[in-house]
Every structure is written in structure tokens, then in C-alpha cells.
Design a protein around this ligand. Sequence first.
Ligand code: 5AD
Ligand code: SF4
Length: 471
Amino acid sequence: MTASAEKRKVHIRTYGCQMNVYDSERMADALAEAGYAPVDSPESADLILLNTCHIREKAAEKVYSEIGRLRHLKARAAAQGRNVTLGVAGCVAQAEGEEIMRRAPSVDLVVGPQSYQRLPDLVAEARAGGAVVATDFAVAEKFGVLDRLASRPQHDRPAEAARRYAAFLTVQEGCDKFCAFCVVPYTRGAEVSRPVAAILAEATRLAAEGVREVTLLGQNVNAWRADGPDGRVWGLGRLLFRLAEIPGIDRLRYTTSHPNDMDDELIAAHRDLPALMPYLHLPVQAGSDRILAAMNRRHRRADYLRTIEKILTARPGIALAGDFIVGFPGETEADFLDTLRIVDEVGYASAFSFKYSPRPGTPAAAMEQVPEPVKAERLGRLQAAIAAAQARFQASRVGMEAEVLFERSGRHEGQIVGRSPWLSPVQVEAGPEKIGSIQRVTITGAGPNSLFGALSQAVPNRPTALAEAAA
Ligand code: 5AD
Ligand code: SF4
């Protein structure tokens, strides 16, 4: 029998944030080493992994309905003599652990985000018939495995093939802030920063594979701190400057940030580093000081607005994005109006908004709750305000010229799509040979989420790692 005929198949479904997207790729990498090939649908898979999100109740409940559906698929496979292993990974796994096995006996394996380095062994154990729960914290070890996987050549890493010109790179994980509504400090653990050398190695490898835009990821990415090669402690600003020196890395972004960690060096990077794209996701969650205090955000409305002002001074025209929660316990109509006002004052380019969802084990879950209809009504008003702000931002781009990194074909032939510096997608009429290049585009129109444009002239590419390798 050939090795390929023996290959098992894994299907990974990802829920939630970009860190989960990144982790799913790393899980696929780890499993590829153990002989698992990725497949797009669960039907033919020997191993199905749900990489889950616990941030709001709805996200967590989705997982249980999906397990319900997969239970039938598993039973059908078993009737045909095929052993399908069902695993739950991610933050629901971390938060609920053994509870998942009790609630959903068809699950064979529960693995939290800090245990992915052991995935091949855990899967083997589960396939041998044990019910396996791995939810201990060992982030340093996890980063060690990321480093090892990241140093393997691309052809060994099937998940990588999809990420061509823009890629994520995890630099930080976990959170020490303990906002009163949030499960992240419990599911992802304490803040841990990845070392500089490992980050530079991964970025250099991505550049060598043709990646031109790197987004640094972390639950609290701007809290990243590590020893620099110069013997000083580096913050994210310093790291961005260093990453921009890597040939081929033309564009940098980072997400997501806490307002209190926007230090002067990072703000200066927005002024002095052309590779740092003019986009910043800086959630405030609420506009009233009373609610900000109850949320344990550790800053006031005025502090946030002062930070925003500094950023706008450093990089005028930057696209600001936010997150908001409505109906946090104790939120009055007056508090909510403060949130609406902050949306107008900041002039967001985009924002996510959510009804407060009580999460087991977090302090706010035990407080007196705002009635559901009130939350729904406030969310409607907030979303209308956000949509209006977003439309104003989109319209303000029309007539501007911007550099767009084209990443894929559009819906119809002759159309390609890329990202503007402000992160919004830009559609232009052009041939597929432009995919992978950065082009100057004149913005000619704006929809609610996309911009439309026409090519102006090609930007002479900086020498990329690929070109240097070929020379
Ligand atoms: N309920 C509603 N929204 C939440 N978020 C985090 N926890 C909750 C919760 N319990 C939102 C915050 C955060 C985003 C990722 O999700 O706005 O920034
Ligand atoms: Fe959650 Fe607050 Fe940490 Fe963000 S800063 S991950 S909202 S606890």
C-alpha cells in the first residue's frame, strides 16, 4: 500500500475571530505531519474538528447545533464501518471542558487553544477509543510548536496554500485586562508575547513565499512586549519598524488593541512608517464613564477620545474601527446616548456592535440584567448610527488615489478584488495577472462595504524576497 492511500482526512471548521483562523491553519499543519490531508467537507473526513468561539452565547450554542448534525453523519459512517473522530477545539473547549462530553457524547476529543501542540497524540488516543479532554495552559510550549511549524517549507504545509499575498502572524496571546463581560482571560489565559526572533523568522518565511501584507494578531496585540536584539525591551511600535525592513513585506497591520496600550512609540509608527496601513481597530465598548467603570475598562471616555485625537494627528485620514456592547448591566438610556455620541465624535470607518451576552464565570453575568427588548432596540439604533458613519467614511474616499493589494478574482470575469489601505475591499476591472501586485487605484465609487475604482498606474515593486532569490 502506498503512503498516500493510507492518508487520513481532516475537516476543520472555524468559528469566531482571526486568531481561530490562524490556529486552524496551525492545527492543519500539525495534523499534516501526522499524515492527515485537509478536506473541505465533513462527509469524507476521518477526523472532524470544530474550532469554536465562546465570546457570546450565540457563538457557543452554534457549536452544539453543529455537533447535533455531525452526530448523524458519524452514525452513518459507523454503519459503513468507518470510524469518524469528532473533536471540539477553541474557546468553548477551554471554557466547558468535560461538560461538552456530558452534553454531547458523540464528541471524542476536547482540546483547548493551549494544547494544540499535542494534537496528533490526542487524536491518536481518541481514535484508540478513549474520551480525551486536554484543557491545561502551556502557552510558551504552544509558541515553541508554532515556531517549529512555521520553519517548515511551504509544500509540507497544505493549509498555507490558500494564504498567498496577505497573511496573519500571531505575536501575542491571552489577556490580563479582565473586562467584566469577557471570557477571553479565562479561555485564552494570561498575556504571553512571542519572542522577536520567532516573529522575524516567520515573517521572513512568509515574505519568501510571496506574502506582501502581514497582519499581526493577538487578543491584546498592542500589549506585546519582548526583549529586542539590542538588549532593550521592545513594544509593538519597535517591532513594526523592524518588520518593515524585511524585503518583500510592503504592508503591515495589527489587531486587536486596547486603548490603554496605545503607547507613543506605536502612535509614532502610524506617523513615520509608510508600510503601516492607515487602519486601526480600537474598541471602546461604551461611551459612558459609569458603564466603562462597571465594565472594568480602566479608562474614561475622555482618555479614549484623547488617544483617538493623537492617532488622527499622527495619521490624518486613518480608518478607525471599533467594537460596542449595548445593554451591559446597569446601562440606562442616558448611558446609551453617550455611546451613540461617541460614534459620531470619532467618525468610525466601521464598527462591530453586540447585545451584551452574559458569560458564565464573568463578573457581569451576576449583575442585574437589562431586559432583552431594550437591548434589541438600542442595538438597532446603534447599528443605524454606525451604518451612517461608515457610509460617510466610504463616500469620503471617492476621488482619492490609493494603493491596493490585489488578492483574488472578482465575482465576474475581468474583475479583481483587493484591499485598500483602509482595509475595505476595492473592486476594479482588470485582468487576473494583476493579482498579487500593488496598484495605484483611483476610487470612483463607494458601496456600503466595498469601494470601486480604476487602475491609475503600477507602483514599482520594491525588490521582494522572491525576486532576490531568483536573481
Ligand atoms: N457580550 C457581548 N459582546 C461581547 N464581546 C466580548 N464579550 C462580550 C459579551 N459577553 C464583544 C466585545 C469585544 C468583541 C470581540 O466581542 O465588543 O471587543
Ligand atoms: Fe476581553 Fe477586555 Fe481582554 Fe479585550 S481587553 S480580550 S474585551 S478582557
